[in-house]
Design a protein around this ligand. Structure first.
Ligand SMILES: *Cc1c(COP(=O)(O)O)cnc(C)c1O
Length: 422
């Protein structure tokens, strides 16, 4: 075994780059399975009456839908396209949760026609439309209300969702929520199961979840007292943090969840409430660290005394997160793992935007044109946010496991790029 090349899930990344071309998304199946099993062991098997659904917007392909389904997880979907993909992958439709702050009428109809397990209702407009269509189809749709718990989590403002001033969810004003619940309970084709909250993403601690949980428990207690409504299900969202750069670490599910479950059990006992079924929705936590993106280094530009730019053959088209909200990444030169002398460089994407910088000021061995750059923790929100800006074809996705590699998404071709153009 050489110590020069970066080995990922038993595969040599320099060879994989040569075999499939770059840019390339590589996903470690072992890592994904390990995460699913941690969820099973430390949450699903540990606590009765629980569910875990993969927030598929983080990374959705047919293969990942099949994988997480095999591991006993459900799927959280946010659009007709995601429902369709899950359907085509053979995911049982009752395993699906359907989210969105403005589901279109077509998507609402689709959720009813496909018998999606839970619709997480965000507003009154949606509730009315859902009931109307379900009535037409003579079906009863199970729903949760998404509430805005009014907690602020200390992460980037573009990825927080639980604060009061948010486009997501129903603001928690007693009258508003009681009205919503009354209306829902009166609807013949709606079955209200409970509530959902999602406080934000990439959270290192469960502080915000705990605060939101208290808000939810008080709501559950109030609606039981005032309306006699017993909450059967509580979905506490996702947002569990992972490792991107050295200052961050992945949280263990048990670390995050155990205090939440304890609080829930204690408070339900204290208030004499039925313990609701608890659902979690990890996205990034399952697939984020499983992904590596491979690039080929091309142009190298040194501005003496200012900065050295390393040009790669991808960028914001395959990873928009640095440009979108200043996300940080770590990387290595995959064919120079044995070199310890390093220099500070900036990794520049190839798109015609000055913000297309993947990593500022990273220490790397001296890069040369033709080297392979491997960027870590790109499994979540990279492939799923990829675009064709500058008419750049989207990369392929390769799944690796224990030294074996297989293609799960083909690279787009130039003909793909114009295939819908008339
Ligand atoms: C995005 C999202 C998630 C998953 O977030 P992660 O940070 O990837 O865990 C879960 N639930 C809802 C409602 C979301 O919008």
């Amino acid at each position: 075994m050489n110590n020069k090349d970066f080995i990922f899930d038993g595969c040599n990344m320099s060879e994989i780059a040569g075999k499939y071309g770059t840019p390339l998304y590589v996903m470690s199946e072992s890592s994904i399975l390990e995460r699913c099993r941690e969820i099973k062991e430390d949450f699903l098997d540990k606590y009765p009456n629980t569910r875990a659904v993969f927030a598929s917007k983080a990374f959705q392909t047919l293969e990942i839908c099949r994988m997480v389904t095999n591991e006993g997880l459900g799927l959280d979907t946010v659009s007709g396209g995601e429902i369709y993909t899950a359907y085509k992958a053979g995911v049982p439709m009752e395993n699906l949760d359907f989210h969105g702050n403005n589901k279109t009428l077509d998507e609402i109809k689709m959720a009813v026609d496909y018998n999606v397990g839970r619709v997480v209702v965000d507003n009154m407009y949606e509730l009315e439309a859902l009931n109307e269509y379900a009535e037409k189809k003579n079906k009863r749709v199970k729903i949760l209300f998404r509430i805005t718990p009014g907690v602020d989590c200390h992460t980037h403002k573009f990825i927080t969702t639980g604060q009061l001033d948010s486009k997501f969810g129903i603001p928690l004003d007693k009258e508003v929520t009681n009205d919503f619940i009354k209306i829902a309970l009166d609807k013949k084709n709606i079955e209200l199961m409970g509530f959902h909250f999602h406080v934000g993403s990439q959270l290192a601690t469960n502080e915000s979840h705990l605060a939101a949980l208290m808000v939810a428990i008080n709501l559950i207690k109030d609606v039981k007292q005032v309306l006699g409504f017993e909450t059967k299900e509580l979905n506490i969202g996702g947002g569990f943090g992972i490792h991107y750069v050295e200052s961050e670490k992945r949280v263990r599910i048990s670390e995050f969840i155990d205090p939440i479950m304890k609080e829930l059990y204690d408070k339900c006992k204290e208030y004499e409430l039925m313990i609701p079924q608890v659902t979690i929705e990890p996205g990034r936590w399952i697939v984020g660290e499983a992904g590596v993106t491979l690039y080929t280094i091309g142009s190298i530009k040194e501005i003496p005394g200012v900065r050295k730019y390393i040009g790669i053959d991808g960028g914001m088209t395959d990873n928009i997160r640095p440009g979108l909200y200043g996300a940080k990444y770590d990387a290595v030169i995959a064919n120079k793992m044995d070199q310890s002398i390093k220099e500070k460089v900036t990794i520049a994407g190839k798109c015609c935007e000055s913000t297309d910088i993947l990593i500022y000021d990273i220490e790397l061995p001296k890069a040369e044109s033709g080297d392979t750059l491997a960027v870590f923790s790109t499994g979540a929100y990279c492939y799923s946010m990829a675009s064709n800006y500058n008419k750049i074809p989207r990369p392929a996705v390769v799944m690796v496991k224990d030294g074996k590699d297989r293609l799960i998404v083909k690279r787009e071709t130039y003909d793909d790029l114009i295939s819908r153009e008339i």
